[in-house]
Design a protein around this ligand. Structure first.
Ligand code: AMP
Length: 480
């Protein structure tokens, strides 16, 4: 089937051609005709199946057909998503598909100032893409009302429940007008999701179930490098230098500190890269993601949490710099490549203390990962002998404060507090508000308390000089 055979208006057909779609994906082929008829839909599908266009195109078509206009501080279609990254992506898709129409869209999510978001809602919007917390917040502030809503989409429902949004969803649903078209998407349908769907959808919705195009694992070429922890950075660097075809590379690090360390190694080698993790402000994360998407940087280093839900086309290589403790996370990570029917390459580093994680991954995926090109080891510095102390330091989760302390001493004063292990904990303490956490940590720069924590037992350079002079004077006096 061709997109041109679907009853979509010219501006939408033009947009579809502009983004390069020729044939609808199975979920699009199954959903679009029923949605155009105004039916409710229960979609069981994952990201990567083309589900965004499956709901966006018919909603846009019906918005165009209805002849209604948006009223101030209202929206006509609401798309609810669990994370800001997903909200931004879906908003971008709507903007692309609606580019040749007068339909307006807005995107609201937490963790950033609400000022511009409220401004965008003053005149009302046709399509509002939102995360639940910020939506309820702006409803309470009377910046937006749902009374004129015609279309409601709940996307990634299972993830919403995992993330504890059930009460927020119920509050939002209670505010919706009775007469509306509902679309409900979830990758899985356990009992609690089925029950939630029944409270949102009208009776007898169209049910569309789409398996992922194929288990990504089968299309992903995998390689394994057994390497001690200390030389992982050098190995990554050498592989990137030796393989210019590694163009859009996603590197997974277990920790935020580790992600920053990887980017420092790569930057030193002249590889354009950036890191995204919970300690980076929303703006920095979006900037890094944008630069990665547009290939201004070659490597994006991410922690699992920060990478959740990000959808970047054409990731050529995924690196597991550290193996995850949970084998399912490995499948999730490498699924970032080989999207939309393309092939991809996943390269995993395994340190001696990660062998157990590797066995769990191979057991789950039922694949024995072949070893990569051994010649690369010759380009690496020789393995240093591990002392009991260095082993302790390298052991997972330990040794961090000491390495951090050493590193802090060598860094300019202004940057110090950002990676202070105490600040690492802040996002969780204040409800994951990354921006506030960063603001706080920036505020700490001139905070003497903070400095003292870092160099607790170490006198300042002037004090050391004075002590040296005093010791010399004492020696001289003794000599006399
Ligand atoms: P989604 O599942 O909506 O996140 O879509 C996954 C990816 O598939 C996105 O990058 C879309 O741009 C792309 N995509 C969606 N529909 C089509 C299509 N009909 N043909 C080619 N690519 C598509």
């Amino acid at each position: 089937m061709l997109f041109s055979e679907l009853p979509l208006a010219n501006p939408l057909q033009r947009a579809v051609r502009a983004v390069g779609y020729e044939h609808p994906t199975p979920i699009q082929e199954k959903s679009i005709p029923s949605l155009l008829e105004g039916k409710d839909l229960l979609g069981i599908a994952q990201t990567g199946t083309g589900k965004t266009a499956a709901f966006a195109l018919p909603i846009l078509q019906r918005l165009l057909d209805s002849g209604k206009f948006r009223a101030p501080k209202t929206c006509r279609a609401l798309i609810l998503l669990p994370t800001r990254e997903l909200a931004i992506q879906v908003d971008e898709c709507f903007k692309q598909y609606a580019q040749f129409t007068a339909i307006s869209t807005a995107c609201i999510f937490g963790g950033v100032s609400d000022v511009s978001q409220k401004r965008n809602l003053i005149r009302g919007v046709d399509v509002l893409v939102a995360t639940p917390g910020r939506l309820l917040d702006l409803i309470n502030q009377k910046a937006v009302s749902l009374k004129a809503l015609e279309f409601f989409v709940l996307d990634e429902a299972d993830r919403m429940l995992d993330m504890g949004f059930i009460h927020d969803i119920r509050k939002v649903v209670a505010l919706l007008p009775q007469n509306r078209q509902n679309l409900f998407f979830s990758a899985t349908m356990p009992e609690d999701i089925t029950k939630l769907a029944a409270t949102i959808l009208r009776p007898n919705p169209v049910r569309v179930e789409v398996a992922p195009q194929s288990t990504p694992i089968e299309r992903i070429h995998q390689e394994l490098y057994r390497i001690d922890k200390r030389r992982k950075g050098a190995l990554l660097k050498e592989l990137l230098l030796a393989h210019p075809e590694m163009k859009k590379v996603l590197v997974f690090s277990r920790t935020k500190h580790g992600a920053d360390k990887i980017t420092r190694v790569l930057e030193k080698a002249g590889v354009k890269c950036a890191a995204i993790h919970g300690n980076k402000s929303q703006n920095r994360r979006q900037e890094a993601l944008g630069n990665f998407k547009s290939e201004q940087i070659r490597v994006l280093v991410a922690t699992d949490i920060a990478a959740r839900g990000i959808d970047v086309d054409d990731v050529s290589h995924v690196f597991n710099y550290d193996l995850p403790d949970v084998p399912e996370t490995f499948v999730h990570r490498i699924g970032r490549t080989a999207r939309a029917g393309k092939d991809g390459i996943a390269i995993s580093f395994c340190a001696p203390d990660e062998e157990q994680d590797l066995r769990a991954i191979e057991k789950l995926t039922r694949i024995s990962i072949p070893e990569g090109d051994k010649a690369i080891y010759e380009k690496l510095p020789p393995q240093q002998k591990e002392t009991p102390e260095s082993e302790m330091r390298n052991a997972r989760g330990r040794g961090f404060p000491r390495r951090q302390e050493r590193h802090e001493k060598n860094r300019p004063q202004q940057n110090r507090s950002q990676n202070n292990p105490q600040n690492e904990k802040r996002p969780a303490q204040n409800g994951g508000n990354v921006q506030n956490a960063n603001r706080e940590s920036r505020g700490n720069v001139s905070n003497q308390e903070g400095r003292r924590t870092i160099g607790k037992n170490r006198p300042g350079s002037r004090a050391r000089k004075r002590m040296r002079e005093a010791a010399e004077a004492a020696r001289r006096a003794q000599g006399n």
